[in-house]
Ligand binder design. Structure first.
Ligand SMILES: Nc1ncnc2c1ncn2[C@@H]1O[C@H](COP(=O)(O)OP(=O)(O)OP(=O)(O)O)[C@@H](O)[C@H]1O
Ligand SMILES: [Mg+2]
Length: 263
């Protein structure tokens, strides 16, 4: 999945995730991150690891995509395939580790600053960890033991319980992190951004804006994915009806276009 870095909003949820990653990396622990669908787990992990930039790079070719900013990276992001075996996990993980090494190696060459980072990986983030079979989990644990990186597994709520059934893996878990939906104050920050994207400005002194905002908060319950989907409908409705402001009625009309996931 390609995400657009320029649209990434640094929320409190992301800051907490960042701290969680730093702790797992520093202490070389296993961390479990879980949260409901659409709260922003994958996007945060990709942003933290700068994976959108690293993923595009072909490690066999030197190219202008290697930048000094990437040379300091010590994290890889890996999504296991739906059906996975230890062999497939191994191959996939090796590819990502190789990419990181290339990025660091060539990035260093394009950098003016001296750095002694050798491209070794200090943190592996595994997304969609609910997919991992027992054997794949065991295999990850073995690589974690041998290679000495920190490891984060990301999944749905309930993954902590599933993992607690595997005592050897579970005994290595140092941190667990619940990724929460956006709080009301954060929604204000995110909605300001969405209003601006539509060429408007959100004013909390304006009753219509306040009412529309309350409506978005109610409809989405702070779920990032729903907010984005709702706003693509709001944009469409505004264009079709040549409207110049977002009202509660517009939000309601947009909500009705979203069939799935909205109550
Ligand atoms: N920090 C952010 N800034 C901007 N948009 C975001 C951010 N986080 C999430 N989103 C939006 O929410 C959508 C869902 O995010 P993401 O895929 O990270 O959720 P998830 O928690 O991994 O969900 P799932 O459990 O279904 O995999 C993204 O496609 C994006 O549109
Ligand atoms: Mg995800």
């Amino acid at each position: 999945m390609k995400t657009n870095n320029t649209d990434f909003l640094v929320t409190k949820g992301y800051r907490l995730f960042q701290e969680f990653c730093a702790a797992c990396k520093r202490d070389k622990y296993i961390g479990i991150c879980f949260g409901s669908p659409g709260v922003g787990k994958t996007l945060s992990a990709r942003h933290y690891s700068m994976w959108d930039d690293i993923e595009q790079i072909d490690p066999f070719f030197e190219s202008s995509k290697y930048t000094p900013e990437l040379a300091g990276q010590k994290t890889v992001f890996y999504t296991p395939p739906v059906s996975n075996t230890p062999k497939r996990i191994d191959d996939g993980l090796n590819d990502t580790l190789f990419k990181l090494q290339a990025v660091v190696y060539y990035g260093r060459e394009s950098s003016e600053n001296e750095t002694d980072h050798d491209g070794s990986c200090e943190l592996v983030i595994v997304d969609e960890a609910d997919r991992l079979t027992l054997h794949s989990l065991e295999h990850l644990r073995d690589r974690y033991d041998q290679e000495g990186f920190g490891l984060i597994v990301i999944g749905m709520p309930g993954i902590e319980k599933k993992i607690s059934r595997y005592p050897q893996f579970y005994s290595r878990v140092g941190f667990s992190h619940a990724y929460k939906p956006l709080s009301e104050e954060e929604m204000e920050f995110v909605l300001k951004h969405h209003w601006e994207k539509l060429g408007l400005s959100l004013s909390l002194d304006d009753f219509t804006d306040r009412e529309a905002m309350a409506s978005v908060v109610r409809v989405t319950s702070g779920n990032f994915r729903l907010v984005n989907r709702l706003f693509s409908q709001i944009q469409r409705i505004m264009e079709v009806n040549t409207l110049s402001s977002i009202s509660k009625e517009v939000v309601e009309a947009a909500r009705q276009c979203l069939v799935v996931g909205v109550n």
